[in-house]
Design a protein around this ligand. Structure first.
Ligand SMILES: [Fe+2]
Ligand SMILES: [Fe+2]
Length: 170
């Protein structure tokens, strides 16, 4: 696997693990609602800052535009769909947050489950289709350039914050 994609695959693994952990918080709703609320707030921040901030940002600002330059069918097809999904995820995260803040934990969790399902489907499409294409469209020099832009992006957003989020999930 090319090294620029390794970073994104690794982030997918962290996100998938977080989704599973949050799914399991459901049982807290009845036994310890205060803990449910504080854990959900912590994880909403993770999905906003890590999944959207660190991860989707690199796809949207760097990988997808570079792939689109190579192939306009990609730009109008699956890449466009990936952008739309990211935007839906932002809306869904906001909705889950409002439900948590209003104390409607049952609906918050139902909304979270829909979000988790959609995000897992999205990750599967990227892993199986988009990243496969990304393996083949770039030459070595382009891969190197994208890799360093990814690293710069993490640095700008705060590599130490990224490490903290990854430690929180593992
Ligand atoms: Fe994505
Ligand atoms: Fe992704």
């Amino acid at each position: 696997m090319n090294k620029h994609l390794e970073i994104l695959y690794k982030e997918h693994a962290v996100i998938k693990k977080a989704l599973q952990t949050v799914k399991e918080l459901k049982e807290l709703i009845d036994i310890n609602p205060d803990e449910y609320k504080s854990e959900m707030i912590r994880y909403i921040s993770f999905f906003r800052k890590y999944a959207d901030g660190f991860h989707h940002y690199k796809e949207e600002q760097i990988l997808f535009p570079e792939m689109s330059k190579k192939n306009e069918f990609l730009a109008e097809g699956v890449i466009k769909e990936m952008f739309e999904n990211h935007s839906d995820f932002r809306e869904m995260t906001g909705n889950i947050e409002s439900l948590v803040n209003s104390g409607d934990y049952k609906n918050a969790h139902a909304a979270f489950e829909k979000y988790a399902e959609a995000l897992l489907d999205h990750i599967a499409v990227e892993d199986d289709e988009v990243f496969q294409m990304a393996e083949s469209v770039f030459d070595d020099a382009e891969i190197e350039k994208i890799y360093f832009r990814f690293m710069d992006c993490d640095k700008d957003l705060g590599t130490s914050d990224k490490i903290k989020f990854e430690a929180m999930i593992n």
